[in-house]
Design a protein around this ligand. Structure first.
Ligand SMILES: NC(=O)c1ccc[n+]([C@@H]2O[C@H](COP(=O)([O-])OP(=O)(O)OC[C@H]3O[C@@H](n4cnc5c(N)ncnc54)[C@H](OP(=O)(O)O)[C@@H]3O)[C@@H](O)[C@H]2O)c1
Length: 274
């Protein structure tokens, strides 16, 4: 009975993982959320027939809560874990449509610092503590795979080649996350635990609804750069499609094949847009 822990299971891609993986009754699916009641209700409403879903509450930046979630997971799985999917992230649109210069002109240094910590604390440091809490379980698992949801925005070369000046904190946090996965991978290779940084592609999780009129011009500039990178790209996919592709790529990756610490997209390559 393969077991999966997915962070950020409340919505977007995380909910997509819960929905897809729980289709197979032989999977045990444990969703971590920071506010459990609405997600428990959502499971009851949308997936009422699935008895293999467990929702646990833990804010990623609350280390004690993450440790408790690991202990509660051990109770559900008899002490082991096969797959850890680190999907949750601070995805606030704070820097999404601004260059660093634009941000510096707009917000106070204190606000900039606060937002830097939001991105780094959640998307980098909290992942370290998440892995640390779940590693004892992973070491007792069979698959021993950690898939960390990164982003093409963390790719240094991609940012350089297309002069991507937006989303500095988000991009930096994902680049740092990729390094975290390499470091953990280096340490746990001998124990057979695979660490992968996976970009889901561009996925429709409701961002388009939040764009302000003053952000439209910058959005168009970004889309033009993405189009130059991938002229045939057909726009955002749905979470279900991205999740299926990521899981089938994950299936093919192994330490034996030299994949430890790899940073790939849902296409299984370093192309971030198909
Ligand atoms: N969508 C895309 O096109 C895209 C592209 C590239 C990479 N990604 C990456 O894919 C992942 C999922 O993206 P998404 O679009 O599904 O994001 P989303 O819709 O913004 O959802 C973010 C999830 O993270 C959770 N979360 C945030 N901070 C948390 C914390 N401190 N503790 C616990 N949970 C927390 C949120 O929980 P609440 O519901 O409680 O807020 C939510 O479940 C992220 O890592 C993102 O960077 C997405």
């Amino acid at each position: 009975m393969p077991s999966y822990v997915i962070t950020g299971a409340s919505r977007g891609i995380g909910w997509g993982f819960v929905k897809h993986l729980s289709e197979d009754p032989s999977n045990k699916v444990i969703g971590l959320v920071r506010n459990a009641p609405p997600t428990i209700e959502r499971v009851k409403t949308e997936l009422s027939d699935r008895k293999n879903i467990h929702i646990l509450q833990a804010d990623l930046i609350d280390n004690a809560a993450i440790k408790k979630a690991a202990a509660d997971t051990a109770t559900i799985t008899s002490g082991s874990l096969d797959y850890l999917i680190g999907n949750a992230a601070y995805t606030d649109g704070f820097d999404q449509f601004d260059s660093l210069g634009g941000l510096l002109a707009k917000v106070s240094p204190e606000e900039l610092t606060r937002q830097f910590h939001n991105f780094m604390d959640t998307n980098v440091l909290a992942q370290v503590f998440l892995y640390d809490a779940f590693l004892p379980l992973l070491l007792k698992g069979t698959a021993k795979k950690v898939m960390s949801i990164s982003s093409g925005m963390g790719d240094l070369q991609f940012n350089r080649d297309y002069d991507l000046d937006h989303a500095i904190f988000y991009s930096s946090s994902k680049a740092a996350l990729n390094m975290v996965n390499i470091k953990f991978g280096a340490q746990y290779k001998k124990d057979g635990v695979l660490f992968i940084s996976m970009c889901p592609g561009v996925v429709d999780t409701g961002y388009a609804d939040k764009i302000l009129p003053e952000q439209v011009a910058k959005l168009q500039e970004i889309l033009d750069k993405f189009h130059a990178y991938s002229p045939t790209s057909t726009g955002p996919s749905q979470p279900a499609e991205s999740v299926k592709k990521m899981l089938s790529v994950l299936d093919t990756l192994s330490i034996e094949n030299g994949d430890q610490g790899k940073y790939v997209s849902h296409t299984g390559t370093d192309r971030w847009l198909p």
